[in-house]
Design a protein around this ligand. Structure first.
Ligand SMILES: *Cc1c(COP(=O)(O)O)cnc(C)c1O
Length: 422
């Protein structure tokens, strides 16, 4: 469920008209709905065992306005860089609700996280474990850790976002887990608190989760028998969202929560979840203007003012995004197949091929739906294009939560060396 819909013939985010917003902020722009973010967070956290920590995956959407919205609901944060940690803290998410994941944490990032006093580090390799112990020793601190285990299960999702197979770079191989925990237990400045797993993103079935969590639960028992204190299970993120209207919907959070309780309930661990997409994807749209309608020999191209630098998911993951006209087409109006493309000089700058849409003309607005996760966070300035600004709506209120960069801002990012300036 989301709070985007037509009112009086115009697509609205909650009570704000996207046509009016386009007049105020220009196009393209991202628009997020606070009520939708809140709803998704509440539905998900409500489906989980009590006392669970829901740590929003900041890489899905790191806008401070979004993070603050979730912080006010009690969300924690799952971060994968020092930058994300700084943003989570700046948005008011307390360090005691921050978990730090990722295969390549630097010693500087470890220092930053230990000083802040985060809830836990999800350690992904033996060398990382030794580095963390060393940094913690220098700071005279104890780092609370889980080891991220690679359970070698197939998440049945896009190859670029599957992370729980043995051949991916993530986690410690399941069969090395006991040895790695023994190694961790022998170190003085790390403290084992639990186990972590994250098998991928945009999962549309429960079975891979269940297979992974079952392995984790078994491992928890083995590790306890080995003498380790396992009090937390971090089960990662990855629950998928419907991107396409006519597709089989992914499992709902209630079914997911029930499965989790069944598989892990007897362990009496505190559970941690790291949802990103589930919270944010359908809470955001990318609004863009049609620049030109170009009739090629074989196809008709709808050339938008948003490009792959704003939203790279179609180019990178072959992702499907629904595209709708902001001004509601009349009932029974004709639909025509378009290749919906951006202005970037790449053939892969293609949002949809052969998509049936109502007839559109230059100047018309379209909304690319489900763009609230892995949209703005993956934006770039490719082609020296200022990325789309971001707007957060709440009821009848709206605010620009990331302004559009000007060309001067882009130019100011670079420096001409003195020895070239002449
Ligand atoms: C990306 C990521 C997530 C979030 O995944 P979603 O599919 O957006 O829920 C959670 N945990 C880790 C470690 C990740 O890398």
């Amino acid at each position: 469920m989301n709070h985007f819909g037509y009112k009086n013939g115009t697509l609205h985010a909650e009570d704000v008209s996207l046509t009016a917003l386009a007049d105020w902020v220009g196009t393209p722009f991202y628009c997020y709905s606070r009520a939708t973010l809140e709803r998704h967070y509440k539905v998900f956290s409500g489906a989980l065992p009590k006392d669970s920590l829901v740590a929003f995956s900041v890489k899905a959407n790191g806008n401070l306005g979004v993070l603050k919205t979730l912080a006010l609901l009690g969300a924690g944060a799952d971060v994968v860089s020092g930058g994300e940690m700084a943003k989570a803290l700046a948005a008011g998410i307390p360090a005691s609700k921050i978990v730090f994941s990722g295969v390549g944490k630097t010693k500087e990032e470890m220092h930053q996280a230990l000083t802040a006093g985060i809830y836990q580090f999800n350690v992904e390799s033996e060398p990382e474990l030794l580095a963390l112990d060393e940094v913690a020793r220098e700071l005279n601190k104890i780092a609370p850790i889980t080891l991220r285990i690679n359970p070698d299960v197939d998440a049945k999702t896009h190859a670029k976002i599957t992370t729980g197979k043995a051949e991916t770079k993530f986690g410690i191989p399941f069969k090395h887990a006991r040895a790695a925990y023994a190694q961790a237990a022998a170190l003085h400045n790390v403290e084992i608190v639990g186990i972590d797993v994250h098998i991928g993103s945009q999962l549309t079935e429960l079975e891979p989760f269940e297979a992974a969590f079952t392995k984790v639960a078994e491992l928890a028992k083995t590790l306890r028998a080995d003498g380790h204190s396992i009090t937390r299970l971090d089960l990662g993120g990855g629950l998928g969202v419907p991107y396409q209207n006519n597709n089989m919907p992914p499992p709902d959070p209630i079914a997911y929560g029930k499965m989790v309780a069944r598989v892990t309930g007897d362990l009496e661990c505190r559970l941690i979840f790291e949802p990103g997409r589930l919270i944010a994807a359908n809470a955001g749209v990318l609004v863009s203007k049609v620049l030109y309608l170009k009739k090629g020999d074989a196809k008709t191209f709808l050339i938008l003012d948003a490009g792959m630098n704003d939203l790279i998911r179609p180019a990178m993951y072959d992702a499907h995004h629904e595209i709708v006209a902001v001004e509601e087409p009349g009932p029974g109006s004709e639909r025509v197949p378009y290749d919906v493309v951006g202005p970037v000089c790449e053939t892969s700058d293609l949002f949809a091929a052969g998509r049936d849409l109502p007839e559109l003309n230059s100047g018309d607005l379209v909304a690319i739906l489900s763009a609230g996760a892995y949209g703005a966070t993956m934006a770039s300035t490719y082609n020296a294009r200022p990325p789309a600004p971001e707007v957060l709506v709440s009821g009848t209120e709206w605010a620009i939560v990331r302004p559009r960069l000007r060309h001067d801002d882009l130019i100011a990012q670079d420096k001409i060396p003195d020895w070239l300036a002449g």
